[in-house]
Design a protein around this ligand. Structure first.
Ligand SMILES: Nc1ncnc2c1ncn2[C@@H]1O[C@H](COP(=O)(O)OP(=O)(O)OP(=O)(O)O)[C@@H](O)[C@H]1O
Ligand SMILES: [Mg+2]
Length: 428
């Protein structure tokens, strides 16, 4: 490639790494960041097959940006920052962990060669996790978890032990499950995929490298014969110009599909309070809802004192929204939640603002419901928002993904606390 000194108005520093499909440049103006520049090059079988493919860099850059933007929006820690030109993007500068993390939903390809007794299409549930040591000279051998831990990789000051390996395993499954949902909503089966991790200058493990049509098997309508990923190129006996054109058209189709993603479905959480005195409690609920990317609105109405208005408000929302959750906040006797619940098909979550000295009395007005009612009751604002997100996440990929990332974050926080506090204390 000709020497390049600038992309998208950003001056490039020294070339840090160059592989088969990308160059990595330092960015002198932004320490801790790098520019990844895609090449118009397609390779397979560890570089044994390799062709120039004009336009591939731009398509890869677009697919990668769409995928990583989504993962970032879900709250996942990734190296991707933003695209800076047609064929380059800005990323956190990482030292890479030399392992490929493969996640499979269906058995196919190399898995069948290594496990000849398994039929093609065998469905892994949960998804199957495999790891391969990045070593071109030895055809990227499969490694066990024990081999990864035993290697004691030191990456940007972080030693990769059992905890770090566990985090990457869980993150790989999570990335797969999010993208499987994304592709499922576009009527494509994500069969398997590969990701890589790096460690940034702060010692954080990030999903890094790229995720594009090189990274996965993708079968439209779940039909292997319709595959649109790099396997088409790998499978060719000989490679003609027409074949390369087909591969490129497939890659472009994949990138365009991602534009059709319906990420923000119409939905609303209505936080209804019996009195404006409960405002702070409701604000906290709203803040947690917004953290999950939920649309939220607050209303004040008392089911005891302004019953007909309460029901009128309910009917207004029912007429305007199909994905709707009510969170009701009423102290003392909670008429609001049960009355709403008795008059709507939409989920109602009671989150009464409890005072410690009356809590054991008041909570029963939310819990001990007349027959025919099914509202839920939680005591904490975060729990109310979580419950609403779980309901709306059934039909909203981004909300579902944020919940999934939050689960992983909870796990990581606990694991890191354990790592920090783990001490063996012996009596003499
Ligand atoms: N955020 C990042 N910071 C620094 N380096 C990165 C980052 N993301 C990816 N890289 C590295 O960029 C290099 C070039 O990528 P490329 O995919 O072209 O390599 P490759 O020929 O496939 O070889 P490899 O088998 O190492 O991936 C790789 O070594 C990759 O690990
Ligand atoms: Mg690579």
């Amino acid at each position: 490639m000709a020497e390049i000194t600038e992309v998208g108005g950003i001056k490039l520093g020294k070339l840090l790494a160059e592989g088969k499909t990308k160059q990595v440049y330092d960015v002198p103006s932004q320490p801790g960041y790098s520019i990844l520049l895609n090449k118009d090059r397609i390779t397979a079988h560890n570089g044994v097959r390799s062709h120039d493919l004009e336009g591939k860099a731009t398509i890869s850059n677009q697919t990668n940006a769409k995928v990583f933007t989504l993962l970032n929006q879900a709250g996942l820690k990734t190296a991707f920052v933003r695209t800076v030109s047609d064929d380059a993007f800005l990323a956190r500068k990482c030292e890479m962990i030399p392992i490929e993390w493969v996640t499979r939903r269906l058995a196919t390809g190399s898995f069948l060669k290594r496990n000849p007794g398994v039929k093609e299409g065998y469905r892994f549930s949960p998804p199957k996790q495999e790891t391969f040591y990045k070593d071109d000279a030895n055809d990227d051998p499969q490694w066990s978890e024990e081999e990864i831990v035993s290697a004691e990789f030191k990456v940007n000051g972080l030693t990769i032990g059992l905890n770090e390996t566990d985090i990457m395993q869980r993150t790989s499954i999570l990335v797969f499950e999010i993208l499987e949902r994304v592709w499922g909503s576009l009527n494509c089966a994500l069969v398997d995929m590969k990701i890589e991790f790096g460690v940034d200058s702060e010692g954080k493990i990030l999903v890094a490298d790229v995720i594009d049509s090189d990274s996965w098997r993708l079968w439209p309508s779940g039909d292997k014969r319709l595959m649109v990923d790099k396997q088409v190129y790998r499978n060719l006996a000989t490679v003609s110009a027409d074949d390369l054109d087909t591969v490129k058209r497939n890659f472009l189709w994949v990138s365009e599909q991602l534009d059709k993603l319906r990420l923000k479905n119409e939905h609303l959480v209505v936080v209804m309070m019996g009195s404006a005195a409960d405002m702070d409690h409701c604000e906290t609920i709203c803040k947690y809802c917004e953290d999950f990317g939920l649309n939220v609105e607050m209303r004040v109405t008392s089911a005891h004192k302004s019953t007909s208005t309460t029901l009128q408000i309910l009917k207004e929302y029912e007429s305007a929204w199909s994905n709707l959750v009510f969170i009701t906040v009423a102290g003392r006797s909670n008429g609001l939640g049960p009355v709403l619940s008795g008059n709507t098909n939409y989920p109602v979550i009671n989150c009464p603002p409890m005072k410690p000295h009356t809590m054991s009395l008041d909570v029963w007005s939310s819990l001990n419901l007349p027959s025919g009612l099914g509202c839920a009751t939680v005591l904490y604002p975060e729990a109310a928002a979580l419950n609403a997100a779980q309901i709306l996440g059934l039909d909203n990929i981004l909300v579902w993904a944020r919940l999934r990332v939050k689960q992983l974050d909870n796990f990581v926080v606990l694991m890191l606390a354990d790592k920090r506090l783990r001490r063996i204390r012996h009596w003499e």
